[in-house]
Design a protein around this ligand. Sequence first.
Ligand code: C2E
Ligand code: CA
Ligand code: CA
Ligand code: CA
Length: 280
Amino acid sequence: AKEIGKACFKVFNNKMHTKVVRENELERELRDAVFNEELAVYYQPIVSVREAALLGFEALVRWNHPTQGLISPAEFIPVAEETGQIVDIGEYVLKEACRQMVKWQKLSTNNGHLTISVNVSAKQFQSSRLVKFVEEVLDETGLAPESLKLELTESTLMRNARTSIRTMQGLKDMGIRIVVDDFGTGYSSLSYIQRFPIDGLKIDRSFISGGAQKENPKIVQTIVALAKSIGVEVVAEGVEEQVQLELLKAANCESAQGFMFSKPLDEKEITRQFIMDLEN
Ligand code: C2E
Ligand code: CA
Ligand code: CA
Ligand code: CA
């Protein structure tokens, strides 16, 4: 038994070691990535559930690594969050996404209403310069504040509720909308959420991908009902199949995003498939 225990420990240790080495490597390389323009912003369409009409996009960062190819944000965002590099990355994504949205809005008069949703990490949200930075970006790019939505997770909001509310109010005073991301996965009680000046809830993918199984339809219905009762909009993420869309229709969920409509695409593909194609 002792031998087995030792062997297990060794394997575990090696795995941990590999993970730490990988993270150190990532941290070092991430430092250059922003400056070498290795980061790219992809966009995923958000559509209305009833007509599948285009409402806007969510900006999602990608890292085009010189030797390893595309690295998923799920891998490098946690590292960047830990090292604080997320602030630079987040600012880059925000600026790039706003600049791009202005271009798309100008391409057709029909695009004027389209919104751009940008993820804001906990560190970025807590940085004292966020409100000022957003203001500068809107100024520089000329994007209307109503076109911008910022996505924050429940845990980001809960970290320091009082400060969060103040920052959110600063953003809302500018006319920006705030959406709670991955809603339903955090610790916040449903009633607690109404203390925050939010404009929307995004239902986490885990409640959608389970489809009609188990408690999922009930949870989706409850979140939609909650959103309506506090007067905010509701989006579902991770919609892949028709049955899931039917579930959202039945629950009266207004908008959705997911592979069923489109995976996240680069600027060129979005322009080709979703912007130039819109009828004038
Ligand atoms: P998220 O904000 O919840 O973004 C949605 C994720 O779900 C994206 O993964 C998207 O590609 C994926 N997704 C969309 N539709 C479907 C679907 O139908 N099925 C499945 N299986 N997945 C779908 P992605 O792009 O890999 O991003 C992962 C996470 O990384 C994001 O989750 C977000 O937390 C973080 N992230 C991405 N970009 C940024 C950023 O610019 N700033 C910050 N702070 N975080 C970011
Ligand atoms: Ca998001
Ligand atoms: Ca999400
Ligand atoms: Ca998610």
